[in-house]
Design a binder for this molecule. Structure first.
Ligand code: NAD
Length: 360
């Protein structure tokens, strides 16, 4: 019995989470899995109900679960609240409360959606990569940080890019283990020609790599990686990188696919502890409540939860196959609509995916 916490949040969140709940039921039936799903308050919805974006009961429920499935939080209604009370604080609270140090973002081009990319077909065809980004260290957290004024009254802005070798080791393990579930190639991205912190990064990743002789390890400078991602993205399987570089490269990689409504992500902590699985997109308030949101990123987040969080790769494969077959049928939500396809709403897309799972 897997305890799953569902966090619908705001905007299109409740709509796409309703689809996710049906997909979970279908997968449970098909693979004889048992999910105990509990829905909890998060984001603006939680602010409205209890005055806090991440109520302690929600965090506790998540900490005692096997996995957390989040939709999205945020919206104009809460934008003027003080920053510690804004919906996005819930994301930071979940990351720190669940000690999530690894962010995994796949960028996979589905053949049916190849023309949604802004890049040429021959460049993006067959792209299937993941970015493994360190999430709780590096320049966003290193000390000292701040804006300081010297004795001449001149201000100086400071951030510090620092990594403990233990932080590098644990994210490297995640990347190598992720590669073992895929094509067994890790490209570690750093700036070791300039930065000492990157020199340590490269040294430790190389050392950890020796524990994974079946995985091929290469290294690349971050500026070259940014270029290679648009020049020849097919060369990558797993990109392993630090917090700042990963923030930028994962957005670049995501745009290869051209469609934000299709992209899931996973944030993982220590082995055996609950991970957080969510779409890359936000709460899309502009289309909320209209039954036109694309639920596929949310559905593919369940596949990531099954693969990376619950070690149920067959069930994960089935969800991904069902999504692909529904796209083969020509069904499209508005954001991925193409000539000759059938436009469907959020719920109808969900029903089509559920029907496919049952018929596999
Ligand atoms: P967004 O991702 O919500 O929307 C960007 C654009 O993509 C919009 O036009 C939207 O309609 C479209 N879009 C997004 N998801 C879609 C889907 N599933 N189907 C169809 N179209 C989709 O980003 P934004 O507009 O910058 O932010 C809106 C709110 O979401 C803000 O409050 C922001 O802070 C919040 N946000 C939350 C998260 C999160 O919860 N992880 C992430 C990003 C933004």
């Amino acid at each position: 019995m897997y305890r799953i916490v569902l966090l619908p949040g705001d905007g299109i969140g409740p709509e796409i989470m309703a689809v996710a709940a049906k997909v979970l039921t279908a997968v449970a039936d098909k693979f004889e899995l048992a999910f105990d799903c509990q829905t909890a308050l998060v984001g603006g919805a939680a602010i409205d109900a209890v005055g806090h974006p991440l109520p302690p009961e929600t965090l506790e429920l998540c900490q005692n679960s096997h996995a957390v499935l989040l939709a999205a939080v945020g919206g104009e209604k809460w934008d003027n609240l003080p920053s510690h009370l804004r919906p996005e604080q819930a994301l930071l609270g979940l990351r720190s409360g669940l000690k999530l140090f690894a962010n995994i973002r796949p960028a996979k081009i589905l053949p049916q959606l190849i023309d949604a990319s802004t890049l040429k077909r021959e460049v993006v065809e067959g792209v299937d990569l993941v970015v493994v980004r360190e999430l709780t260290g590096g320049i966003y957290f290193g000390q000292p940080k701040g804006i300081f004024t010297d004795s001449n009254g001149v201000r100086r802005g400071v951030n510090t890019m620092a990594y403990l070798e233990t932080e590098i080791d644990r994210i490297a393990h995640v990347a190598f283990q992720t590669a073992r579930l895929r094509r067994k190639q890790v490209c570690s991205v750093d700036k070791s020609n300039v930065l000492e912190v990157s020199q340590l990064w490269r040294e430790r990743v190389t050392a950890i790599g020796q524990q994974y002789p079946d995985v091929t390890l290469t290294h690349m400078y971050v500026d070259n990686c940014a270029m290679q991602l648009v020049r020849n993205p097919r060369q990558f399987d797993v990109i392993l990188t630090a917090n700042l570089f990963g923030d930028i490269l994962s957005d670049e990689a995501a745009m290869l696919t051209g469609s934000i409504g299709m992209l899931p992500s996973a944030s993982l902590g220590e082995a055996g502890k609950p991970g957080l699985f969510e779409p890359v997109h936000g709460s899309a308030p502009d289309i909320a409540g209209k039954d036109i949101a694309n639920p596929i990123a949310q559905v593919l987040s369940i596949a990531m939860m099954l693969r990376y969080g619950l070690q149920q790769p067959q069930a994960a494969d089935a969800i991904e196959l069902a999504v692909s077959l529904v796209l083969d049928q020509g069904k499209r939500t508005g954001d991925i609509m193409a000539p000759g396809c059938e436009r469907v709403g959020c719920q109808a897309m969900g029903e089509a995916i559920v029907a496919q799972i049952h018929s596999l």
